[in-house]
Design a protein around this ligand. Structure first.
Ligand SMILES: [Zn+2]
Length: 287
């Protein structure tokens, strides 16, 4: 009876023995069902020439309150088409240390829990779960699909407390991320335009901060596109470059009038503040 039950868990294999590893874990030894012909993992053809058998240790989903480790007897075969290969197993990816069932379980937990909690729950290493998460995200949103994008938004953001940067490029109309790359130089963002290819010609406008690297690269690939600097950076730069220049010039012009010069020199934040500053300045500047 137990053979029929377990065959449905591990098609093509049957348990031979069970060994309790400790109070919380169980080793299940699996061997190929008798009279089954292994199949080549590349061409999937039956390959009766068995070269050798090896034990592989595989994690499966928990059974009741026990962690399950499978000790699986895997055959290597000499396929007439492909040469020497490991046999195909329906429920295990080639070289994997987790069954597809275990991977599916982790993937259902990933949108619900932080990786460290899943690690505690499953006993899997943090990095193992992170790798599964990356693969899951790659499969669901990783493809480069810009569609008929016409308006782009580009922005840089700091990685690791500001010592390194990355760039994100979005579709402005669909508010969807199209591409993320490390770095904020012209070279760093070039792969996006290379992938965009002929569709560069359909870009009408690109919004960005006042980063000359972005500006130059966009003009090279999309010469027809309008570059739109975002208002925040225009105002910030106006405050920094224009207002400061005028303030310094005014301070220099008032060299002979030390108290007035002092007020101008100390007025940087006053001038940049939102409130109307004329009245305040008029109170302070001696006539
Ligand atoms: Zn083959």
């Amino acid at each position: 009876m137990h053979t029929i039950l377990f065959n449905s868990f591990w098609p093509g294999f049957q348990p031979s023995t069970y060994t309790p590893l400790d109070d919380h874990s169980l080793i299940i030894h699996l061997e190929p069902c008798p009279k089954t012909t292994p199949r080549c993992s590349r061409c999937h053809q039956p390959s009766p020439l068995i070269h050798d058998r090896r034990i592989r240790k595989i994690r499966d989903r928990d059974l009741f309150d026990k962690r399950v480790e499978l000790h699986l007897l895997v055959r290597r075969v000499d396929c007439l088409n492909c040469g020497r290969v490991t046999e195909h197993i329906d429920w295990l990816r080639p070289g994997a240390r987790l069954t597809l069932r275990m991977i599916a379980w982790v993937e259902t937990l990933l949108p619900l829990l932080p990786i460290s909690h899943i690690s505690q729950l499953t006993g899997l290493h943090w990095h193992t779960i992170k790798t599964l998460d990356k693969r899951r995200l790659e499969a669901s949103v990783g493809g480069f699909d810009p569609g008929d994008v016409r308006r782009l938004v580009m922005d840089e953001f700091a990685l690791h407390k500001g010592h390194r940067y990355a760039t994100v490029i979005m579709d402005a109309e669909r508010t969807r991320v199209l591409w993320v790359g490390e770095g904020n130089s012209r070279k760093a963002i070039r792969p996006f335009f290379e992938q965009l290819g002929e569709r560069c010609q359909q870009i009408e406008a690109v919004a960005m901060d006042m980063n000359t690297a972005f500006d130059s690269e966009v003009r090279q690939h999309c010469p027809q596109a309008e570059v739109v600097f975002d208002l925040f950076h225009v105002v910030a730069l106006y405050g920094r470059k224009v207002m400061d220049r005028i303030r310094v010039d005014q301070a220099n012009a008032l060299k002979a009038d030390k108290p007035a010069r002092q007020v101008i020199k100390q007025s940087r934040w006053l001038l940049l503040s939102k409130r109307s500053v004329n009245s305040i300045l008029q109170c302070h500047i001696p006539r």
